[in-house]
Design a protein around this ligand. Structure first.
Ligand code: AMP
Length: 216
């Protein structure tokens, strides 16, 4: 089952990819995670891509396409994969078509207000990194971590005005990709405005309806 997941920041894409990856034992391949890993390791590739990633700019197509080509040629991708964060340009999409035949592209959608509500309520512990939400997963004592008592803070890019900018950038970047797959007839919109416990079964239903999985 060869899938691509597309969706704006805060839509829960990472959570859904992890759940589907576990359930069907196919790797979740996030190009953002792969690049951050290379940077952390200080590999040759990490050094080449560091500045782009830090500035939030796209890494050149040739580099990212080779990275994905190598990753997809590994044994664990024989039964399928979930690509997350790739493709981001039409050239990447066209090269991906030459590498493999995708079964389905899932486009996760939720109103901006839902995303802003989710991200702007997020609080992170300075000490242990635990994640909370002021409405949906509040700590017992406001502003304090349940686990270690550390101070909770809001990430700079989780502020509403920054989220709006991130959403705009996302729309601009992914619009042509979404159109590309819609024209090919392999794109399905998935409503992701509910909690993950509802969205994950929704994804499973889509996969079943396309004949990609047959479990209960
Ligand atoms: P992400 O975690 O998906 O937001 O990716 C983090 C950063 O990695 C992006 O801002 C880009 O600098 C880089 N990146 C990830 N995927 C790609 C891609 N498909 N093409 C170009 N750059 C990418």
């Amino acid at each position: 089952m060869r899938l691509v997941f597309i969706g704006p920041p805060g839509v829960g894409k990472g959570t859904y990819a992890t759940a589907i990856s576990k359930r069907y034992r196919i790797p979740h391949i996030s190009t953002g995670d792969m690049l951050r890993e290379e940077i952390k390791r200080g590999s040759e590739l990490g050094v080449r891509v560091r500045e782009y990633v830090e500035r939030g700019e796209l890494v050149p197509d040739d580099i990212i396409i080779e990275l994905v080509r190598n990753r997809l040629s590994r044994e664990d991708c024989k039964r399928g994969f979930i690509l997350d964060g790739f493709p981001r340009t039409l050239r990447q999409a066209e090269e991906l078509d030459k590498m493999t035949k995708l079964d389905l592209v899932l486009n996760f959608v939720a109103p901006d207000e839902v995303i802003i509500d989710r991200l702007s309520g997020r609080r992170i512990c300075r000490k242990c990194g635990a994640i909370y939400h002021v409405k949906y997963m509040p700590p017992r004592v406001p502003g304090r971590c349940d686990r270690c008592g550390g101070e909770l803070y809001q990430r700079e890019d989780d502020r509403p005005e920054v989220i709006r900018r991130r959403l705009e950038l996302y729309r601009r970047q992914f619009k042509p990709i979404i159109e590309y797959y819609r024209r090919k007839g392999i794109l399905v919109d998935v409503d992701a405005s509910d909690q993950a416990e509802i969205v994950v079964p929704r994804i499973v239903e889509v996969l079943k309806s396309k004949g990609l999985v047959s479990d209960q």
